[in-house]
Design a protein around this ligand. Structure first.
Ligand code: ADP
Ligand code: ZN
Length: 519
């Protein structure tokens, strides 16, 4: 069995070995299992159904919403000797009938179709009369309303498969990893006890950094100045911020460009072109920039603001280093970014469930900005990969040689304050109580009477708040969902209180170092 797959890989595709994750997916399919594979764009998903297609006796039907790519894909396959065709609305009825006729005769190993095709009686007849061994569903997240690419026609797929005389193996591919989307894929595509694989998210040549509390405009100007020869992208969360940084760069004499949805189509395509042809070396952009960007030598991606969730961040940061050369991904975090993103959610999302979903994803993003753990590990675990090394040695957390300190006593003080405040308040008020603030709210709620009032003197309210955020990010405390989240305890908080678990953390340099004196 092993040999057949390797032979196909070598014979048709010319590759000597599978990439991480591909072989498991292929084995699962060839053993007859329904399979769900989660891999990012570019990781090599297509091979995971193309190799089985060549190993299985019948036809493989590939359902894909990307009509514009079908012709190219099919042309490429035919060039390497894998007989394939596609059926979609760009063809005449006669052409479709002809192709289906040939497919039934097993002239093709792969038949690509758009999901809309499942509404056609002719195509459904074909499915029943031909020998279909495998149905591969590309961009499977389109079946879920949680994503942003929901396609009603995807919801017909399961029905179509159920109606077949003989059920083929079904495999689903996507780059989206949230558990909500994954559950929808399994449920709505009616996968039967599917094997699940997540792989390919690691980008070894990228160095990840999170930098908090910097003057971002100055940081970016300095960075661009120090990397004049390199090409990069600076992402901002608003047009206004994009314009302000763009102007600062231009004023300093840099060859900069700008890109956001407020520009005319003409201005935007000009910018895109200038960027592609290296007429400019840095482009300041909102998230409107990126679709269809295929520049391989982007050496850095700096985020001036925290994006709305990890998917967006990783997609944007991932535009660096497509050529495999070492590249930098730097996220500049400012606590105001959290407010901006919450504001976006409140303004644009009205469905309650959906709102909670976006808040949860935002919290994962905030946690990434505060974690004391390896950033690469945090990313890969977010996407669901398993057995990730504890340290990558190539991110701002790993690279920072500064030792983590034992802050157990400090953490105990904070946690007991959360407890005394009955898990009803947000991080700022908790920090104010710990610090002994006399502010209105503290006095009004009588919080100055608590035994934990004013027990941390060595840090400012801001610094304490930052430490609370880190405790949340590292799972020593939890934050409730919603617009006004409150800090709550979990099992680990109690272990820390009881002295069963110690807390080690790297305290921000601006914070004075007397964490563990117990006073
Ligand atoms: P995806 O569908 O996941 O976006 P593709 O299937 O288009 O990605 O693959 C991306 C690129 O990686 C293609 O150029 C493909 O030929 C290449 N590739 C896939 N698998 C391998 C492999 N095992 N060895 C080398 N290159 C591979
Ligand atoms: Zn690391």
């Amino acid at each position: 069995m092993m040999d057949i797959q390797k032979n196909i890989l070598k014979k048709y595709f010319g590759y000597d070995r599978f990439r991480k994750g591909q072989e498991e997916v292929i084995n699962s399919i060839l053993q007859g299992n329904d399979t769900i594979a989660i891999m990012p764009t570019g990781a090599g998903k297509s091979l995971c159904y193309q190799v089985p297609a060549m190993a299985l006796s019948g036809i493989t039907v590939v359902i894909s919403p990307l009509i514009s790519l079908m012709k190219d894909q099919v042309d490429t396959l035919n060039e390497i000797g894998i007989k394939s065709t596609y059926i979609n609305s760009t063809l005449t009825n006669l052409e479709i009938t002809e192709r289906l006729f040939d497919a039934k005769d097993e002239e093709y190993k792969l038949v690509y179709v758009a999901p809309e095709r499942l509404n056609s009686g002719e195509f459904l007849n074909f499915l029943n009369e031909a020998k279909v061994s495998l149905i591969a569903i590309d961009e499977a997240h389109c079946v879920s309303q949680w994503g942003h690419d929901f396609r009603p026609s995807y919801t017909r797929i399961s029905q179509t498969i159920e109606n077949l005389n003989e059920r083929p193996i079904v495999c689903a591919f996507t780059a989206t990893a949230t558990s909500e989307v994954k559950d929808d894929i399994k449920k709505l595509l009616k996968l039967r006890d599917p094997n699940e694989y997540i792989s390919g998210f690691d980008r070894e040549n990228l160095t990840f950094s999170v930098i908090r509390g910097e003057n971002t405009k100055k940081f970016i100007c300095d960075f661009v100045e120090n990397n004049k020869e390199q090409t990069g992208i600076v992402y901002t969360s608003t047009r206004k911020a994009a314009e302000s940084i763009y102007e600062a760069l231009i004023n300093k004499g840099h060859r900069a460009g700008i890109y956001h949805a407020g520009l005319t189509d003409e201005q935007r395509s000009k910018m895109q072109e200038d960027f592609s042809y290296d007429n400019i070396n840095v482009i300041v952009a909102t998230n409107a920039f990126g679709m269809g960007i295929d520049k391989s030598n982007v050496r850095y991606v700096i985020h001036n603001n925290m994006p709305k969730n990890m998917e967006s961040y990783y997609q944007e940061a991932g535009r660096a280093g497509r050529d495999g050369e070492k590249s930098e991904c730097i996220l500049l975090f400012n606590p105001r970014d959290t407010q901006t993103q919450k504001f976006f959610i409140e303004e644009t999302i009205h469905n309650v469930e959906r709102k909670e979903y976006e808040y949860r994803r935002l919290q994962d993003m905030i946690d990434y900005c505060h974690t004391s753990n390896c950033l690469r590990k945090s990313i890969l675990e977010y996407f669901g990969e398993e057995n990730v090394d504890d340290k990558c040695g190539n991110c701002s957390v790993c690279n920072d040689n500064e030792e983590k300190e034992d802050i157990t006593v400090l953490a105990q003080k904070i946690i007991s304050c959360v407890y005394r405040m009955q898990e009803k308040y947000g991080a700022i008020l908790i920090a104010e109580v710990l610090r002994g603030s006399k502010n209105q709210k503290v006095l009004k709620f009588g919080l100055d009477k608590l035994s934990t009032y004013s027990i941390i003197k060595e840090y400012t309210v801001k610094e304490i708040q930052e430490i609370i955020n880190k405790l949340i990010a590292d799972d020593y405390l939890v934050l409730s969902q919603g617009q006004y989240p409150v800090v709550k305890m979990n099992k680990r908080s109690i272990d820390v209180l009881k002295g069963k678990e110690q807390v080690f953390m790297k305290i921000n340099k601006k914070v004075k170092k007397i964490a563990n004196t117990g006073n």
